[in-house]
Design a protein around this ligand. Structure first.
Ligand SMILES: CCCCCCCCCCCCCCCCCC(=O)SCCNC(=O)CCNC(=O)[C@H](O)C(C)(C)COP(=O)(O)OP(=O)(O)OC[C@H]1O[C@@H](n2cnc3c(N)ncnc32)[C@H](O)[C@@H]1OP(=O)(O)O
Ligand SMILES: NC(=O)C1=CN([C@@H]2O[C@H](COP(=O)(O)OP(=O)(O)OC[C@H]3O[C@@H](n4cnc5c(N)ncnc54)[C@H](OP(=O)(O)O)[C@@H]3O)[C@@H](O)[C@H]2O)C=CC1
Length: 518
């Protein structure tokens, strides 16, 4: 039987969401590990004043593609951007492009989605569900399509505690929901959203569950697989450790903690932090593509791509117990930190609120006062308000535990040749968490914030300066409180005079004894 790279040789692959975090890693891995792949057709939209060609060219200059560039400097010739806006009818693909795609595509990877937790329902539905439906319609017209791989999320069914590798009945029939939202204005949709999403925390997980159902409905006509990754983090090994390019999920939290802005967060120390490295997800996705096309399973196979049941790691280990994130940022500090990194995780609401007041709001207030007095625009309170909003949306995922079944993942691993198991490694039993978290933190510094590692001595110096400011501030605060206290209490005054006279006596004794020894 053909190995994975042999299978992809000569194939035309269609990818949505290629400019996104996971899409980029998918494109890179296909080009690097399946060098005989014929062409990658990427559905891309123009954005922020950049044409789609410009965006794809920029993407290929990214450091992520260094290894591919080394192996094959002409790799860009295999990349064919296709203009497409997924929220438009027919995905806004030109008739000529539709003809081209239907005539040549062998396999589709559907990664595009809105992953924002606060996305208005109509837009999330448009992109995550209706666009998926339209892509499936396009896929059905493709003459040689062998597999359709849909990227979902392990949290699509986060209203359940135990999640099997099955597609659960949708919370509502997607067609009915689409029809009824069509005539409603945005205000009405906003008002009824909480009722609609029910026991799910946001429109993202709700629409991803609906999308799974939409995909499942086509399982008789297409060879389908659904990949459900949990919280996708920086790369573990490939193309190099620690690659990450966004502030989503834990990355933003780590950066905020490294910058000394985030000092407290609500999470369950004993709950599993189900992080999954992006290269693992992509290796599984490509393997699933191969298996689906070659073995043509009778119904859509779902692959839960998680770490909790295989190699568990807990929120407490990231924060309080071993201070992985904190110690990493102390060794490799971020530039221009607001305070020294020192974040704590607590599951207690009141304790968290207390620390938010003392360690977030109070310093922000003082800093903004300083900015105001020095004629600058205050900004810290605004930053903290945004941080609190982001964290409140993430806490749902850091405060609970889920159990995911991974039978299909294990089955797939057993189908791989020993060589493919190495090239497309998704065996997370070998993942060393402390090392991974260290590389993750360094990755946020290097690739998200674009900071130079050679600036670390200056960043350390800045942390020392912050420590001295803190000591000075604390001393002044103690003296100030004590002075206020002394002014009001005879007993405090007596204690104060006693301590001062003791110090004075000690000093005189010390001076006398040193004179004697001289
Ligand atoms: C140490 C101890 C602590 C350890 C505990 C760690 C606990 C972590 C818990 C993580 C749980 C994650 C759960 C995820 C589970 C679901 C996984 C998936 O399926 S789906 C995948 C998961 N999906 C997600 O994770 C999506 C979640 N995110 C969201 O939904 C939204 O970002 C938002 C609603 C939170 C904020 O919306 P909004 O306020 O509108 O803000 P925007 O986003 O629009 O950003 C505006 C600008 O700010 C920039 N920037 C951002 N952060 C930072 C930062 N920290 N600094 C600096 N800058 C930052 C940003 O680049 C942007 O710049 P520009 O482009 O304008 O120049
Ligand atoms: N990141 C994570 O932790 C997890 C992600 N997932 C799933 O993985 C997939 C990829 O996620 P990730 O890479 O992190 O997401 P990103 O937000 O990084 O990427 C989203 C991609 O979708 C594209 N896209 C969004 N809207 C449109 C549109 N209207 N028309 C055309 N393209 C559009 C974006 O293009 P553009 O650059 O033009 O905006 C981008 O390429 C998603 O399906 C997500 O649900 C699942 C679990 C966890």
């Amino acid at each position: 039987m053909a190995s994975i790279a042999e299978y992809y040789a000569g194939k035309n692959v269609l990818i949505t969401g290629a400019t996104g975090f996971m899409g980029k890693v998918l494109v890179e891995k296909l080009l690097r590990s399946c060098p005989e792949v014929k062409a990658l057709y990427l559905l891309v939209r123009p954005k922020a004043g950049q044409s789609m060609q410009q965006r794809v060219s920029d993407m290929m200059t990214c450091k992520l593609f260094d290894r591919v560039r080394e192996d094959n400097p002409d790799f860009h010739q295999k990349i064919i951007p296709i203009s497409s806006e997924l929220t438009q009818p027919g995905l806004a693909i030109s008739p000529e492009d539709v003809e081209k795609l239907t005539g040549c595509i062998d396999i589709v990877f559907h990664c595009a989605a809105t992953i924002r937790f606060d996305e208005p329902l109509k837009h999330a539905l448009q992109l995550n569900v209706i666009a998926t439906q339209q892509l499936l319609s396009l896929a059905k017209q493709m003459h040689h399509l062998e597999a359709f791989i849909h990227i979902s999320t392990a949290y699509a069914n986060c209203n359940r505690k135990h999640i099997d590798e099955v597609i659960y009945p949708p919370p509502v029939e997607p067609k009915k929901l689409i029809e009824s939202l069509e005539w409603m204005d945005d205000g009405i949709v906003r008002d009824i959203t909480p009722r609609l999403i029910g026991d799910r925390p946001n429109t993202y997980t709700y629409t991803k569950a609906l999308a799974e159902f939409v995909v499942q409905q086509e399982q008789d006509k297409l060879n389908i697989a659904i990949i459900r990754p949990s919280i996708v983090g920086a790369s573990w090994q490939e193309p190099f450790p620690g690659w990450i390019d966004n502030f989503n999920g834990p990355s933003g939290v780590f950066i905020a903690a490294g910058k000394g802005i985030l000092r407290t967060m609500r999470a369950n120390n004993d709950a599993v932090a189900d992080l999954i490295p992006v290269d693992v997800v992509i290796n599984l996705t490509l393997s699933a593509g191969w298996y689906t096309a070659v073995h043509k399973p009778k119904s859509a196979l779902v692959y839960n791509c998680t770490t909790g049941g295989i190699n568990p790691f807990h929120w407490g280990e990231i924060g309080r117990y071993t201070h992985h994130v904190m110690s990493s940022f102390k060794r490799n500090p971020l530039e221009q930190a607001f305070r020294r990194p020192n974040a704590n995780i607590t599951s207690n609401y009141l304790i968290n609120q207390y620390w938010i007041l003392v360690s977030h709001k109070f310093p922000a207030l003082i800093y903004d006062l300083f900015l105001r007095l020095s004629g600058q625009k205050p900004q810290m309170m605004r930053i903290f308000n945004r941080l609190h909003k982001a964290i409140s949306l993430l806490e749902y995922f850091s405060s609970q535990d889920w159990e995911w079944n991974s039978e299909n993942l294990n089955m797939l691993m057993s189908q791989l040749t020993p060589e493919d198991r190495k090239t497309f490694n998704f065996d997370v039993r070998q993942l060393n968490w402390p090392e991974y978290i260290e590389n993750y933190c360094i990755g946020t510094k290097k690739y998200v914030l674009n900071e130079d590692m050679s600036d670390i001595p200056a960043a350390r110096q800045h942390l020392r300066k912050l420590r001295n400011i803190r000591y000075t501030f604390n001393t002044l605060l103690v003296v100030f409180i004590w002075r206020v206290f002394i002014a009001r209490s005879q007993m405090a005054r007596n204690i104060w005079y006693f301590v001062v006279s003791l110090c004075f006596k000690f000093l005189s004794y010390f001076r006398a004894s040193s004179t004697l020894t001289n």
